[in-house]
Design a protein around this ligand. Structure first.
Ligand code: PAZ
Length: 326
C-alpha cells in the first residue's frame, strides 16, 4: 500500500482537506438520533438533579478502521483494546463527571473489564430446572458490573456512542464537540482513541470486494487531516483538551508528545509506551512532565486512578482560571 499520498492531486490547504474529508464521508447513520441523545444528555447535566452543573467529559476509546472497499470486507485497523478509555470512564464517573463514551464497537466497556472474554457463556450456567444463574466464581464481578453500570445510567451520567470507521468517528466527534460548546470550560475532551493516520477517500474507494490474484495490491492512502486542531480552535474552543501519544520507541516518546502539545494546542498530552502503558504514563504540559504510576502496593489499582485525579484537578483549576478572566 502506498501511504505517501502519491496521488497526483492538487495541493489542498488544511481547511480544504478538512472540508474534503467531511464532504466525501458517507453520511452517518442515526445522525438525528445521536444528535437528540447528545442534546438531551448535555441539557440534563447542565442542570443536574443534584442541583449542580456537571463537568462533562468526552472519552474516546478504541481504534478507528479505514475501510478499503465501500461494501467493506477489508480494512486497515488501529491498535487499541479500549481498556484505557473504559477504565478512565469509570474513574471520571467516580470523580463526579458526566461521561460521553465514544467507543469502537466490540472494544472494552466500562465496568466490564474484570469479566471473562465471553461473559455470557462463562459467567452463567443452567441448573437442573434449566434456569439460568450466575456461576459462583464470577458472582462478585458480575454484581459489581451491573450495579455500577446501572447507577451511572440511572443517574443520567453515562452516554455511550459506538463507532467503527474513521468516517463515523470524526463525524461523531464533531457532533459531540459542537454539542458540548455551550459548556465552555466545563467541557473536557480525553482523546485516548487510536485514530487512523491514513484513509482511502470514499470517492476513490472501490465499491466491491477487492479481488485477489495480482501479486501487488496497489491502494493509495491519503493522510487524515489533523482534526485536533479544528477541535480546539473551532468545534469547542473553550474546552479542556487532553490527547494521547503512543509510541513503541521510548526514546522518541516525550519529544513527540511535546511536539503534539504545541502543534495541536492541547492542554496536556498523555504519553505512553506500548509495553508499559498499563503501569505508567507521562503527562506532558507546557511547563511540566509528570510521571504517573499505578500504585503497585494496592492490589487491582489502575494507572487511570491517579491519572484522572491529576487531570480532574487541572481541569478544575482551568475552569476557575477561565471564570476569573471573564
Ligand atoms: O486501548 P488500550 O488500553 O489497549 O491502549 C490505549 C492506547 C495506547 C491506545 C492509548 O493510551 C493511546 O495512546 N491512544 C492514542 C494512540 C495514538 O498515538 O494515536
Amino acid at each position: 500500500m502506498d501511504a505517501t499520498n502519491g496521488l497526483q492531486t492538487p495541493q489542498l490547504t488544511f481547511e480544504e482537506e478538512v472540508k474534503a474529508f467531511f464532504d466525501s464521508a458517507p453520511p452517518l447513520q442515526n445522525c438525528a438520533e445521536i444528535s437528540e441523545k447528545l442534546k438531551e444528555f448535555i441539557a440534563r447535566n447542565s442542570q443536574h438533579s443534584d442541583g449542580n452543573a456537571k463537568r462533562v467529559v468526552c472519552v474516546t476509546s478504541g481504534g478507528t478502521t479505514a475501510p478499503l472497499e465501500q461494501r467493506c470486507v477489508r480494512y486497515v485497523d488501529n491498535f487499541s483494546s479500549g481498556h484505557r478509555g473504559a477504565t478512565s470512564t469509570e474513574y471520571f464517573l467516580k470523580a463526579g463527571y458526566a461521561v460521553i463514551f465514544l467507543y469502537r464497537r466490540g472494544s472494552f466497556q466500562p465496568f466490564c473489564r474484570s469479566l471473562p472474554d465471553d461473559p455470557l457463556l462463562e459467567c452463567f450456567e443452567s441448573n437442573d430446572d434449566s434456569n439460568i444463574r450466575v456461576r459462583e466464581v464470577h458472582a462478585e464481578a458480575v454484581k459489581r458490573a451491573i450495579i455500577e453500570h446501572e447507577a451511572a445510567v440511572a443517574d443520567g451520567l453515562l452516554l455511550k456512542l459506538p463507532y467503527r470507521t474513521i468516517f463515523e468517528y470524526l463525524q461523531m466527534l464533531q457532533m459531540t464537540a459542537m454539542s458540548m460548546r455551550c459548556l465552555g470550560p466545563r467541557g473536557m475532551f480525553y482523546l485516548s482513541a487510536a485514530v487512523s493516520d491514513y484513509y482511502v477517500p470514499w470517492k476513490d474507494m472501490v465499491e466491491h470486494k477487492i479481488q485477489s490474484g495480482s501479486h501487488l495490491l496497489d491502494v493509495k492512502l491519503v493522510q487524515v487531516p489533523k482534526m485536533l486542531l479544528v477541535l480546539g480552535e473551532e468545534w469547542a474552543p473553550s474546552a479542556f483538551c487532553i490527547s494521547f501519544k503512543l509510541e513503541t520507541d521510548s526514546n522518541i516518546l516525550l519529544k513527540k508528545a511535546d511536539k503534539a502539545l504545541r502543534k495541536y494546542k492541547m492542554h496536556a498530552v498523555v504519553a505512553n509506551e506500548l509495553s508499559t502503558r498499563k503501569e505508567e504514563v507521562v503527562v506532558v504540559t507546557s511547563s511540566e512532565k509528570i510521571t504517573v504510576r499505578r500504585n503497585t502496593s494496592q492490589p487491582g489499582d489502575d494507572v487511570e486512578n491517579p491519572l484522572i485525579k491529576l487531570l480532574s484537578g487541572r481541569h478544575l483549576a482551568y475552569i476557575e482560571e477561565s471564570s476569573s478572566i471573564r
